[in-house]
Ligand binder design. Sequence first.
Ligand code: ADP
Ligand code: ZN
Ligand code: ZN
Length: 827
Amino acid sequence: MEERKTYFVDVILPVPINNAFTYRVPFEMNDFMKTGIRVVVPFGRSKLQTGIIVKVHEVVPEGYQSKYVEAVLDEFPIITGKQFKLWNWISEYYMAPLGDVMNAALPSNFKLGSETKVLIHPEYEGNSEILTDREYQVVEALEVQSELDLKEISDILGIKTIQPVIKALIEKRVIITQEDLKQKYAPKTQLFVELAKEYQSDEQLKALIDVLSEDKRKKKQLDAILTYMQMGGFKQGISKPILRSELVEKGASASSFNTLDKDGILKIKRMEISRLMERDEADSAFKELSPDQQRALDEIRESFVEKDVTLLHGVTGSGKTEVYVELIQEQLDKGKQVLFLLPEIALTTQLIQRLQKYFGDKIGVYHSRFNQNERVEIWNSLLHNDTTKFQIVLGARSAVFLPFRNLGLIIVDEEHESSFKQYDPSPRYNGRDTAIVLRAFHGAKVLLGSATPAMETYFNAEEGKYGLVKLDKRFGDIQMPEIFTANIKKEKMQKTMQSDFSGFLVEHMKKALENKEQIILFQNRRGYNPVWACEVCGWNPNCKNCDVSLTYHKNSNILKCHYCSYFTPPVGACPKCQSNRLKMIGFGTEKIEDELSIILPGVRVQRLDLDTTRQKNSYENILNDFDARKIDILVGTQMVTKGLDFDNVSLVGILDADMMLNRPDFRAFERSYQLMSQVAGRSGRKTKRGTVVIQTYDPDHWIIQHVINHDYMGFYKNELIERKNYFYPPFYKMINLTLKHRDPNKLEVMAMDLADRMKQAFGSRVLGPEFPVVKRIQNSYLKVIRLKVERDASNKKVKLLLQQKIDDFYSVSYNKSVRVIVDVDPS
Ligand code: ADP
Ligand code: ZN
Ligand code: ZN
């Protein structure tokens, strides 16, 4: 008899531990073990976890009895060697456990864990013929008890290896995980009206209209049909669904559509809005590049001969997208894949639509807000090298984790955006920088695009590490907007302020509205008033869990914490001195919205911030309304600064420049320059030169002056000197360590201990410990230790040494209760 070998596998699990875990392989599974496939293994007490095999071997683990692999989920690897290399790089560079990296990388459908809950799929119609006996048992149980976790299912079936059953049920769309359900079935549909089949010909339609015209009682219905036709509902024999709300707005009566629906003339149906954004065939041809764009394109190609990474520094409106489009097409022709990274997908639907118009189904959109099935579809298609679909992937930072086979080009648009950096949870990786590492595995090229490049990026370009190509003029020779300041200090003295608005800005708003032009107002704060304070004793309401003031939200009439979810009703009198003179300091988007309706009666205002865009499609809806000119003034947080392109916006107001400039953060000036320039770029795109008004106490501030002059280089040079003088990036690399503990006294001791250990290794490169700006969040106190190392120091050595110091620190039992969060390259 052939000798049976005893195999072991090292498995990484989605838990924050750096090591792989070793399991024994039951003999009957010997032939199935491969790296890159998923297995189900016991973990912790009676818990099952899905993990990925990273090694198959015969080394018997020493010192403990290893547990057995319970089940195999895949026949073929679901991750590639290149992906695994990237995981390892992220884990090392960002000092994150491999389990955390795995967690961030895999769509959640791939990692059913013991906390996963499943429900009956809302679209399952009850046909049980497709079910195996075991699957049927699960469905039966779910009909009684609407949700089950994996342990419960395991008990019901009396077996441990339930994952294959679950997986099959999910694939058959019989059950769905709770997480998916939330994402997928968020309301994103609207009512549309369409002509019934029987009337979809010119003769029948004409006959119908004749009949309706003869009957006076049918006047409303006739009007409704005519409105529908006017709006292009039926053209050249083709009927098209039209939004009911738009028809009503044009004067059709809502009830007449119900009647017409009942009579079988029109059909009212609920549809996803996105489906309607059909491609306009006539418009799908590439635009002819301007000479300037063509030059930039040529220069990029030339630059790629020598440089792997090139920066396209093009002012807002210079037409970078059309240049990207040419480069993308070039890769498609070569049969290569393209990854297009964006800061945050929801914020750039306009760009998605533009690219979809050109490339159609070749584009896959990969984003954590999209539902898991779509993500898995893209993943599998890339994994199986299906070249007919998704040759271009558009995604937020997590798209770097996809199983690309032969990437030719990675484009990182708005590369300066801080949202490329994931702050929470670990891994705290930067999508842009990770993309540059991913590039090397494929021998691909990277194009970074921005109007206001990050300091580090421009520095790399200047030093020749990256290529550099410029687009200095807007497309169509449109002028850059004219930027003015409104001096708040002066206006306060002259009493020309109208609450938070300078007389200067109000004048400009009135002028724009008279001309039927639209306005964008930028305020980097949501809510009503950031702070309520007692005028007598200075008391202000703080969060009970965090060390921050609560923000007043007028719509819901509550005071709310933006760091945790705590909220409380506002107080009428000061609890400290009983005075009722409570004053509001500062202002947020919600208050601005209110004030506008007083200063400019009748104006149509809409807020665009986290509060108004919580639902999946509300962001798109607001932008569509603004585009359709149903809104005069859009008031928003940084959401309004990104990539929006509206023809009719002639005025942009920046309401509080000082707040941005005064943030205690080494990037405050850089961010201020970027935010102000970006939002200014929304003004006056096609038709005429735009205007921007910046409200400030300090109009002479050098950052504001450079924004006014559209002088990125001036800003860059000046800021670079500051960075050098104060030992900041790009000259130094930073690593922040944040310690968290409920007991501030213990925290103090522990932070000193860790800092001392670090100082032994890194000397004066270690700063702190100190309290951060917000020193308590969700009842934990925070202390920060900063490490600044010369940029040419070996990354590997620095991190090994740091990890060693952290490990030493934790080996002291007193320190075990503190959490240390490591943030490499903080943004
Ligand atoms: P950027 O991304 O650099 O801010 P965009 O790519 O959004 O600039 O281009 C600005 C505007 O100019 C857009 O409305 C775009 O449609 C238009 N545009 C750019 N290039 C061309 C071109 N070659 N032909 C016609 N229109 C163009
Ligand atoms: Zn008081
Ligand atoms: Zn709080």
